[in-house]
Design a protein around this ligand. Structure first.
Ligand SMILES: [Fe+2]
Ligand SMILES: [Fe+2]
Length: 285
């Protein structure tokens, strides 16, 4: 996996998501090639999840939360953070058609075009900003990829569930029961999710966006729930309401590929304005 750049890994992950969750009425992207197990892209995704599933234990997540939720890494204005994230782009990658900023804008512009509230547009624009973790030296397997609860039994609805056989929590009786360390329907607020860009940006934005937007941030890669409903036993009534919004958000993230890439320069003032309505002058990462 070391010869794959973070940006390439992300593209592979997204391709894999489109394969798993094709857009309604559209054929899965490059299905034959991608399902082929000899395909190096497929192998890379498998290897990515193998490593992810081994290392994302309850204790690992606790340690990452402790390390990063101090927010002592860097303080940036929103646009500086956006440009910082964009340094993830690998110019040598011929397959890359969209950079990070363009993905954010494409998502948020599609939300805006559908007439949704401005906080929803802003949420779309912010949703992947947590990927700056890569630039703080974090390996890809704890930045991107599907997220899932830790501290309780791994659902077989999580992608590549077989790799949890090498996760230490699978053999720890504190963590390997249906509820593990949690109570029935305790609410996802009380549940720790595998560490990645979703949790990180959610925590950064926690005081600034409406709950619905925060849910979109925190749960946008939680496919085993928002697509597979595998963790209803941990959710409370509020979560169910919030997941209606997570489900509204998901297609914009996954399927909003505009014919022409967004014009970053032209759109910047609108987003800086919008950010000033909800966010402080600088953000703590
Ligand atoms: Fe994301
Ligand atoms: Fe995204």
């Amino acid at each position: 996996m070391k010869d794959v750049t973070p940006h390439q890994m992300e593209e592979l992950w997204e391709e894999d998501l489109l394969e798993r969750y094709p857009e309604e009425g559209k054929p899965a992207k490059a299905k034959e090639e991608f399902r082929n197990y000899d395909d190096p892209a497929r192998d890379t995704v498998r290897e990515f999840y193998r490593v992810n599933h081994i290392h994302q234990t309850y204790d690992f997540v606790m340690a990452k939360e402790k390390e990063f939720l101090k927010f002592d890494k860097r303080e940036m204005k929103l646009w500086d953070a956006v440009e910082f994230l964009n340094t993830l782009v690998d110019d040598s990658d011929p397959d890359t058609d969209l950079d990070q900023t363009q993905h954010l804008l494409q998502t948020s512009e599609a939300i805006r075009a559908d007439g949704h509230p401005d906080w929803f547009v802003l949420t779309g624009f912010l949703h992947d900003l947590g990927k700056v973790l890569c630039l703080f030296g974090e390996p890809q397997w704890c930045v991107v990829g599907d997220t899932f609860p830790v501290g309780c039994k791994h659902s077989d609805k999580i992608v590549y569930p077989e790799f949890f056989k090498d996760n230490a929590d699978t053999y720890n009786e504190r963590f390997n029961t249906k509820y593990g360390v949690y109570e029935p329907n305790c609410g996802l607020d009380n549940v720790h999710l595998s560490w990645g860009h979703d949790e990180y940006i959610y925590q950064i934005m926690k005081d600034y966006l409406p709950q619905e937007g925060l849910a979109m941030l925190r749960y946008h890669s939680f496919y085993s729930q928002h697509r597979e409903n595998a963790y209803e036993h941990l959710m409370n009534k509020d979560d169910h309401k919030l997941f209606e919004w997570v489900n509204k958000f998901n297609p914009y993230d996954l399927y909003s590929k505009a014919a022409t890439p967004p014009n970053v320069k032209e759109l910047r003032p609108y987003y800086e304005d919008l950010a000033s309505k909800y966010l402080p002058d600088t953000l703590k990462f």
